[in-house]
Design a protein around this ligand. Sequence first.
Ligand SMILES: [Zn+2]
Ligand SMILES: [Zn+2]
Length: 144
Amino acid sequence: MGEERNNVLRERGVRVTPQRAHTWQVLVESGEHLTAEEVWERAKGLLPGLELSTVYRSLEALRAVGLVSDSRLIEGPRVFEARSALHPHLVCKSCGEISHPEPEVGLRLLEALNDGSGGFEVHEMHTVAKGTCAGCAGRKEGAS
Ligand SMILES: [Zn+2]
Ligand SMILES: [Zn+2]
């Protein structure tokens, strides 16, 4: 399992070090948007003695090959996730929850951007839609 995960790194030409492997593991297993500090808190548990500065460098190495994206979503620190930088975000103004629309929505947005930008080719998309999540709007139950 761990080897399989590390092969993803090797395929992208990333030299696998324990620091990078654990940074990657934390992001993949959480599936969440984490700050560098949050990644560090979790990775430290797996690799005692890990330094925050090393986590930053590992995140940068993974970002450079497109495995990790970083976004500044709200007034706050950057968050990192194990996904490409080509998807929009939904941020709830009440509880701060970060979610993704259906993948289809991101694809359509990307297509529309590429079509309407006079030949400009989009490589990254830091789109943030702010609003109210279903939970805060009290729409979670009842909506089916
Ligand atoms: Zn995201
Ligand atoms: Zn909410």
